[in-house]
Design a binder for this molecule. Structure first.
Ligand SMILES: *[C@@H]1O[C@H](CO)[C@@H](O)[C@H](O)[C@H]1NC(C)=O
Ligand SMILES: *[C@@H]1O[C@H](CO)[C@@H](O)[C@H](O)[C@H]1NC(C)=O
Ligand SMILES: *[C@@H]1O[C@H](CO)[C@@H](O)[C@H](O)[C@H]1NC(C)=O
Ligand SMILES: *[C@@H]1O[C@H](CO)[C@@H](O)[C@H](O)[C@H]1NC(C)=O
Ligand SMILES: *[C@@H]1O[C@H](CO)[C@@H](O)[C@H](O)[C@H]1NC(C)=O
Ligand SMILES: *[C@@H]1O[C@H](CO)[C@@H](O)[C@H](O)[C@H]1NC(C)=O
Ligand SMILES: *[C@@H]1O[C@H](CO)[C@@H](O)[C@H](O)[C@H]1NC(C)=O
Ligand SMILES: *[C@@H]1O[C@H](CO)[C@@H](O)[C@H](O)[C@H]1NC(C)=O
Ligand SMILES: *[C@@H]1O[C@H](CO)[C@@H](O)[C@H](O)[C@H]1NC(C)=O
Ligand SMILES: *[C@@H]1O[C@H](CO)[C@@H](O)[C@H](O)[C@H]1NC(C)=O
Ligand SMILES: *[C@@H]1O[C@H](CO)[C@@H](O)[C@H](O)[C@H]1NC(C)=O
Ligand SMILES: *[C@@H]1O[C@H](CO)[C@@H](O)[C@H](O)[C@H]1NC(C)=O
Ligand SMILES: [Cu+2]
Length: 585
């Protein structure tokens, strides 16, 4: 038994501890990556996963905190982890994309990431950033309001993380290896999943469908992450409206809707009030696809929004009537174009009004020739993709290291500011070699510190393969100042820009046969990757990087590199064999 004074002492001590922790704001996590068996869709398979969990552990911190994550790779090939949507001011060393800011962490070794949070608040996620390991190595990154502040909406009673992912019966690295070796289309997933579970509409899955128990009258904050490999998703809950309050780690003006559309790489914070008749309601994540090729996994993943209380459960949950169909471009466009920054004194915007560096980037699916037309793509060619006709090839040493140490030969600085040829990008007859065949290279764009950058992404219909591309930028949050259909008109389209309260994001959907314009200030020195968040397009070359120069003051200069970085001697894919897309030195 404790005496009264001992108890008091314990209480005081624990209060002091609490206060210290609150002021410290430094968190330590350990991630152990290894192959782990999971049984889904009637079959058992081994996946690469963090701490034997799919999705992986949630990181939960407050705005402005610092997080150290010691990643111990107990797998069989190299891997890296990226802190998606976290700007990492002056700290690209720990951003994660392989061959851009680091080489893979070799199997059997560890590496500790330092994650510096700044203005991010809301929901983001972490994921592997080497080959296609993101498929199974990912988890939510929850950033609560800073201590002493609160949400810009009534505090929700509870919260729930919902992670959307893909599930493949085969090993994803084998699928990637085959796709790149033969140059043809990539294999589609066998299901989608919500919090690791495919749900009621797949074989052998009913018993494990994810169930979210709710109390009548409570309001829930859904922290939604889309880390599906290659498909955008619609999401809805039967009979319940959704109020969207956050996108990509910043707040938006509350938007009431009956569904949302979310691309791979996006995160959404959504409020839902459990105020309907006690019962079971389906939550659905259903694919959205707008391309002509029609090659996507046409299945629907489900979870159940289930009221607590005394009632006879229905034989089947209520099915949403409000979920848009797979091909509903109108529903996707309407949703995306309705989002606005919160733009209040507590959560202000700072939209660049003038532009110093303007880029027009054509985003396309392409091909490359193969010896004797021996590849599995159209006409014996290899499928590729590119930005301004350059299909990006990974160097064998990360660009950040080559840049920092001034080692030449790993990249060029001539990424073009505009497409080499201007033509009708949305036309249906872009089928000749002079348009379909892309160039290849490791070309980056150099930006001066504090440049105000505007990028207009132009969707193209080369090879009749126009589709929505979720373009993601590391190191920054940008404003989405405009989107539209057809070829961008540089005289009239800028007149439609929203320079007052555009949403801030890290991933922007570039509409099929349309365009999207973003603006940001290059106030983060380092090397920052930009890529389509469909992994197959990224692997085919729809990516590039920015080098943002130092600004000349201490505050605008790269932090020094850590004492240890993983060595650049082997490719992440099965040891030392370089991938086909890797530049030969
Ligand atoms: C992961 O597993 C390791 C080893 O079992 C453990 O020490 C660590 O706390 C776990 N991390 C998380 C985030 O659960
Ligand atoms: C994983 O599953 C495979 C196939 O079912 C089995 O051979 C293997 O022993 C399992 N491994 C572990 C660690 O359970
Ligand atoms: C690897 O992990 C061990 C134990 O967790 C730790 O002592 C060591 O500092 C780590 N090394 C690196 C490079 O992170
Ligand atoms: C959802 O919102 C719409 C439009 O505001 C409204 O008409 C409808 O009644 C709402 N439905 C529910 C279930 O609250
Ligand atoms: C349920 O809650 C939503 C969001 O607060 C509200 O708009 C709606 O009117 C409520 N419906 C009922 C039936 O109370
Ligand atoms: C933008 O440019 C205009 C015209 O050159 C100038 O008057 C204005 O001050 C600039 N605004 C900012 C924020 O730099
Ligand atoms: C291409 O075909 C020619 C004629 O059949 C053959 O001589 C040559 O070796 C082939 N080249 C390759 C790279 O397969
Ligand atoms: C980097 O290398 C180039 C070419 O070798 C040289 O001209 C330049 O001075 C070097 N810069 C620094 C900062 O070392
Ligand atoms: C571009 O092609 C599209 C699709 O064929 C067509 O509708 C449009 O009119 C063309 N635009 C121009 C400027 O020719
Ligand atoms: C892309 O580059 C290739 C190789 O230089 C060239 O043949 C092709 O015409 C270019 N295509 C476009 C659309 O600029
Ligand atoms: C490609 O060739 C066609 C016909 O040979 C020509 O009309 C078109 O302008 C060329 N396109 C480019 C981008 O060079
Ligand atoms: C960058 O711009 C900010 C805002 O205008 C300014 O305060 C800062 O001094 C600039 N930094 C450098 C290094 O130019
Ligand atoms: Cu894409």
């Amino acid at each position: 038994m404790y005496s009264f004074s001992e108890l008091l002492g314990l209480l005081v001590l624990s209060e002091i501890l609490l206060i210290c922790m609150a002021q410290n704001n430094v968190h330590y996590y350990d991630f152990v990556l290894k192959d782990t068996n999971f049984t889904k869709l009637c079959a058992t398979k081994s996946i690469f996963a963090v701490n034997e969990s799919f999705p992986g552990p949630v990181i939960r911190v407050h705005k402005g905190d610092t997080v150290y994550v010691n990643v111990y790779n107990q797998g069989t090939y190299g891997v890296t982890i990226h802190w998606h949507g976290i700007k990492q001011p002056r700290n690209p060393w720990f951003d994660g994309p392989e061959y851009i800011t680091q080489c893979p962490i070799p199997a059997g070794t560890n590496f500790t990431y330092q994650v510096l949070l700044s203005s991010e608040e809301g929901t983001l996620f972490w994921h592997a950033h080497s080959d296609w390991t993101r498929a199974t190595v990912h988890g939510a990154f929850v950033i609560l309001p800073a201590e002493g502040t609160t949400y810009p909406f009534p505090k929700p009673d509870e919260e729930q993380v919902l992670v959307f992912a893909s599930w493949y019966k085969e090993d994803v690295m084998t699928l990637l290896d085959e796709a790149l070796r033969y140059g043809g289309l990539t294999t589609l997933s066998d299901s989608y999943a919500i919090n690791g579970e495919p749900g009621d509409f797949y074989p052998c899955s009913r018993d494990t469908t994810y169930r979210m128990s709710v109390d009548y009258g409570k309001t829930y904050l859904l922290r939604i992450v889309n880390t599906v490999q290659n498909t955008e998703m619609f999401f809805a809950i039967a009979d319940h409206n959704l109020t969207v309050v956050g996108w990509d780690g910043s707040y938006v003006k509350p938007l009431v809707c009956s569904y949302i559309m979310i691309t791979p790489g996006q995160t959404m914070d959504v409020l839902v009030t459990a105020n309907q008749s006690l019962g079971h309601y389906y939550m659905l994540a259903s694919p959205y696809f707008d391309g002509q090729a029609d090659d996507f996994d046409k299945s629907i993943t489900s979870a159940i929004f289930q009221y607590n209380g005394n009632y006879t459960p229905p034989s089947s949950p209520v099915y949403p009537t409000n979920i848009p169909g797979f091909y509903d471009i109108g529903a996707a466009t309407f949703y995306t174009s309705s989002l606005r920054s919160l733009a209040t004194p507590e959560h202000p915007v700072d939209v660049p009004q003038n532009v110093s560096t303007r880029m027009y980037i054509a985003v396309s699916i392409n091909m490359m020739k193969c010896p004797n037309a021996s590849c599995a793509g159209p006409d014996g060619n290899r499928l590729s993709s590119g930005l301004n006709n350059i299909s990006f090839a990974n160097p064998s040493m990360d660009i950040l290291q080559a840049y920092y140490r001034n080692i030449s030969g790993y990249y060029d600085t001539n990424f073009p500011n505009r497409p080499p040829h201007v033509f009708n990008f949305t036309s249906e007859d872009l089928l000749t070699d002079n348009v379909t065949i892309s160039d290849q290279g490791t070309r980056v764009k150099v930006l001066d510190y504090n440049a105000t950058v505007e990028i207009t992404f132009q969707g193209t219909n080369i090879m009749n393969s126009g589709e929505n591309h979720p373009m993601h930028l590391h190191g920054f949050r940008f404003y989405v100042v405009g989107t539209g259909t057809g070829n961008f008109d540089k005289e009239t389209d800028p007149l439609t820009y929203n320079l007052v309260d555009p949403p801030e994001a890290n991933t922007v959907p570039v509409p099929k046969d349309g365009w999207a314009t973003i603006r940001f200030i290059a106030s983060n020195p380092g090397v920052w990757y930009m890529h389509c968040h469909f992994d197959r397009h990224m692997s085919w070359g729809m990516d590039t990087a920015f080098i943002v120069k130092n600004g000349g003051t201490e505050d605008s200069t790269l932090l020094p590199p850590p004492a240890y970085m993983p060595p650049c001697e082997s490719d992440s894919l099965y040891g030392v064999r370089p991938s086909i897309f890797q530049k030969k030195e």
